[in-house]
Design a protein around this ligand. Structure first.
Ligand code: PMP
Length: 292
């Protein structure tokens, strides 16, 4: 991923992609003092940009550091990097981390570095292909309790168990893993939130120990606009037996149907289909508003 043309915004400058490097003794690498974002652009316009950049600043604060740029400055950096790379439908990755001035657990006086990269991300699958749904495995790792980790931060350290869970799922032939939380309740996928449809109503876990995704909140609004009842409550794995539809939401996956969770099968139905359509319409409308 590091050997390509293009530019990356790095501490206030647009650098050639290949030159956007950091030192091996960076604190963020050794001690996970690092937060990031994942956001998408549709037709050259970033969807929910302000929310993502506010979350980046909040994530840093939760890890005890101040990102040294304002939200408006990160907005401008993201817009600049998108334009400089000529990206229309793309994915943006802002990231902030502690530098290499100190190498110990204590790192009070490290510089906070910030970068924003962006790359093309066209729609790979037609809506019909996506409607087949993805197959998921159960993760072996559980989301930690709020007093165990800063679970509201989109912090790099919290992704260690996501990568391990995703790799284990892929080794068994599944696309992703569904994680329980420390109490054994259904929590989320490795990079997306989860929803269950039971008898025409939409159920989703209370985000008290994992990310309350920006897409999650958007999809809840879209569902309510359609007149669907959305219930945030404790969801237990046994409930999959009385669940008709499952879908996941996230910036990257948008609204993606789930066809199986380790032997339990689901058929993406009307509710999932309508929310996929509505989400797609919303991001396209937002993109079109640029020229209005
Ligand atoms: N949970 C995790 C662990 C994630 O990585 C993501 C993606 N950022 C989400 C949920 C969904 O968040 P969002 O809708 O804000 O992309």
């Amino acid at each position: 991923f590091d050997d390509r043309d293009g530019v990356i915004w790095y501490n206030g400058e647009l650098l050639p992609w290949r030159d956007a490097k950091l030192h091996v003794l960076s604190h963020g690498l050794h001690y996970a003092s690092c937060v990031f974002e994942g956001e998408r652009s549709y037709a050259g316009r970033i969807f929910k940009m302000e929310e993502h950049h506010q979350r980046l600043l909040d994530s840093g604060k939760l890890l005890g550091f101040e990102v040294p740029y304002s939200r408006a400055e990160i907005d401008a950096a993201a817009v600049a990097v998108l334009a400089a790379n000529g990206i229309e439908d793309g994915y943006l990755r802002p990231v902030a981390w502690r530098g290499s001035e100190m190498m110990a657990v204590s790192a009070q006086h490290t510089k906070i570095h910030v970068a924003v990269a962006a790359w093309q991300w066209p729609a790979y699958f037609t809506p019909e292909a996506r409607l087949k749904g993805i197959r998921m495995a159960w993760a072996d790792w559980r989301r930690p309790a709020p007093e165990t980790a800063p679970c509201k931060s989109k912090a790099a350290g919290l992704y260690m168990i996501c990568t391990m869970s995703k790799h284990a799922a892929e080794a068994k032939g599944y696309a992703d893993a569904l994680m329980l939380d420390y109490r054994g309740q259904i929590a989320e996928a490795t990079g997306a939130n989860v929803f269950l449809v039971q008898d025409g109503k939409i159920h989703t876990p209370i985000p008290d120990c994992f990310l309350d995704g920006i897409t999650r909140r958007t999809v809840i609004d879209l569902a309510k606009r359609r007149g669907y009842e959305v219930i945030e409550r404790v969801l237990m794995p046994e409930e999959l037996d009385r669940t008709q539809e499952v879908f996941i939401t996230g910036t990257a996956v948008e609204v993606t149907p789930v066809s199986e969770i380790e032997g339990k099968h689901f058929t993406p139905g009307e509710i999932t289909r309508n929310l996929m359509t509505d989400y797609d319409a919303l991001v396209r409308e937002h993109a079109a508003a640029k020229v209005a």
